[in-house]
Ligand binder design. Structure first.
Ligand code: ZN
Length: 427
C-alpha cells in the first residue's frame, strides 16, 4: 500500500476531513469561479451530508461557457499564471475542451493515480509497459504515477502490435497497462503468431479507459490468455485521471483519490441522489474537494457503477465501485436498461464456441428499442454457425438481462478489433 495511513483510515474519519475540505472548496467556488457563483446564487451553504441540495454540473454547461477569450470555460477559478498544465479531452467534434491544472492540482492527480495503480499490487523496482498514446490527453498524468510508485516505465504506445509483443519478450516486464479491448486483442494476435503470452514474464495486466475489465467472464478470458492477474482502474479527465483502482481481491475499485474527490450516486433519469449502499447502482457524480484551477461540483460522469461496501481483506476502507457501462451506450428495451458490455459479458460465457466479440445493432435511432434487439455474435475460429448455439445465447440473455434479442452468428474475424476502445453498439 502506497500510503497506508491514508488508505486504511476509518471511512467516517475520512468523511469528517472531506466535509471540512468541501466547505472550504464551496467558499472558494463562490469567491473565484464565475460559473459557480452564478449557478449557486440562492443555494444554501451546506456540508457534504447535504450536498444533494446543490445542483449537478453537466459537461455541456461547461463547454457552452467557453469563449475565445476564455477557452477553458467560466469555471476557471485560478489566476492563469498559476496554470502549469493543460490537457484536452478527446471530444469527437470541433473545438476540444481544455482541462487546466495548477502545480498542486497536478501533484494531487498523480498522488491519486499512484494509489489507484499501486492497489493492483505493482511495486517499486518492477517494470511496466504502457500502451497509451497519451499525447494531449489526461492519461499522460497517469503515466507520471508509475514514476511515483517507483516502477521502471516502458512506454510503447499502440500502433505496432508485433513490436509490442517482441518488446515484452525482450524486456521482461512484470506488468502491462492498456485498455481491456487491447488486452483481448493481444491475446488473439499472440495466438495467431504462435507467441506464448501465458509464458511471458507478465504477472499483472492493469486495464483502464473503458468499462468491462471487471466483468467476471471477460476478465477470466483475459486472465487465461495472459496467464496473469487482471485488475482495473478508472477516472474521468475533468475530475482526475485514475481516481479508482482495484486491489488484488478484484472486488471493485477503491477510491485512490480519497480526500481529493467526493463520490455520490444518482438515479440518472430523475437525478435523485441514492445512498452508497452495498449493491446500489446508479450514475457516479463527483465533486472536487481541494482543486484550484477549474474545480467541479457534483459533476455527472455518465459512468454507471455498482457499489460494494463490504470490508475488503486488503485493509483499504471506503466504498468500492465497478463500472457497468456508460450512459451514452445505454439502450432501453421495453423498459429494461441495457448496457452492451453486459451483453458481451453474458456472451463471453459461451467461449470457446464464440470469440467474445459482439456488436449490438439497434434497428432504430435513439435509446428506446423495440424487441427483439439484433446482436451480432462472432464465432471462434473454425466453429460453424448452429441454430442451437444462437438459441442458447438468446435464452441466456433473456434469463440474465431480461431482454429479447435476435442473435446473428458471424464468422471469426468479421467484427472490428480495437487497439484502444471497442465499439459495442452500431450507432
Ligand atoms: Zn481491497
Amino acid at each position: 500500500m502506497l500510503e497506508p495511513e491514508v488508505e486504511t483510515r476509518p471511512w467516517n474519519e475520512q468523511l469528517a476531513l472531506d466535509d471540512e475540505a468541501f466547505r472550504a472548496q464551496l467558499a472558494y467556488l463562490r469567491e473565484r469561479s464565475p460559473f459557480y457563483r452564478r449557478k449557486l446564487a440562492g443555494a444554501p451553504d451546506v456540508g457534504l451530508a447535504d450536498i444533494a441540495q446543490l445542483p449537478v454540473t453537466d459537461k455541456h454547461e461547461l463547454k457552452a461557457s467557453a469563449t475565445t477569450e476564455n477557452p477553458f470555460g467560466s469555471h476557471l477559478a485560478a489566476d492563469p499564471a498559476e496554470i502549469v498544465r493543460i490537457y484536452s479531452t478527446s471530444g469527437t467534434t470541433g473545438t476540444p475542451s481544455f482541462i487546466p491544472l495548477t502545480a498542486e492540482d497536478l501533484d494531487n492527480w498523480v498522488t491519486a493515480s499512484a494509489r489507484s495503480y499501486a492497489a493492483s499490487g505493482v511495486s517499486a523496482g518492477e517494470r511496466i509497459v504502457s500502451t497509451y498514446n497519451a499525447g494531449p490527453f489526461a492519461a499522460g498524468a497517469a503515466l507520471a504515477a508509475f514514476d511515483r510508485i517507483g516502477l521502471c516505465h516502458i512506454p510503447l504506445g499502440t500502433g505496432n502490435t508485433d513490436r509490442l509483443l517482441r518488446s515484452i519478450d525482450l524486456l521482461a516486464p512484470e506488468a502491462v497497462v492498456m485498455t481491456p479491448s487491447y488486452a483481448a486483442h493481444l491475446v488473439e494476435r499472440a495466438a495467431d503468431q504462435g507467441v506464448d503470452l501465458r509464458g511471458s514474464t507478465v504477472e499483472r495486466v492493469l486495464v483502464a479507459g473503458e468499462p468491462g475489465g471487471g466483468e467476471p467472464a471477460f476478465r477470466t478470458k483475459l486472465e487465461e490468455g495472459w496467464g496473469a492477474k487482471v485488475t482495473e482502474a478508472m477516472g474521468i479527465g475533468d475530475i482526475g485521471v485514475s481516481l479508482w483502482g482495484e486491489c488484488e481481491e478484484q472486488d471493485g475499485m477503491h477510491l485512490g483519490a480519497r480526500g481529493f474527490v467526493h463520490a455520490e450516486l444518482i438515479e440518472p433519469e430523475s437525478g435523485v441522489a441514492l445512498e452508497l449502499d452495498h449493491g446500489a447502482r446508479g450514475e457516479l457524480v463527483l465533486t472536487h474537494l481541494q482543486h484550484r484551477a477549474a474545480p467541479l461540483l457534483r459533476f455527472r460522469t455518465r459512468d454507471h457503477v455498482e457499489v460494494r461496501t463490504s470490508a475488503c481483506p486488503c485493509g483499504r476502507t471506503g466504498p468500492r465501485v465497478r463500472c457497468i457501462g456508460r450512459t451514452d451506450d445505454m439502450l432501453i428495451v421495453r423498459g429494461v436498461n441495457l448496457f452492451p458490455s453486459a451483453v458481451r459479458e453474458v456472451v463471453s460465457g459461451f467461449v470457446p464456441e464464440v470469440s467474445g466479440h459482439i456488436l449490438v445493432r439497434p434497428r432504430s435511432p435513439g435509446v428506446k428499442q423495440d424487441p427483439p434487439l439484433p446482436v451480432s455474435v462472432e464465432l471462434a475460429p473454425g466453429t460453424p454457425a448452429k441454430d442451437a448455439l444462437a438459441d442458447a445465447i438468446c435464452d441466456r440473455l433473456r434469463t440474465v438481462l431480461v431482454v429479447q434479442t435476435h442473435i446473428d452468428l458471424v464468422p471469426w474475424g468479421s467484427l472490428r478489433r480495437s487497439e484502444y476502445k471497442s465499439t459495442l453498439v452500431e450507432h
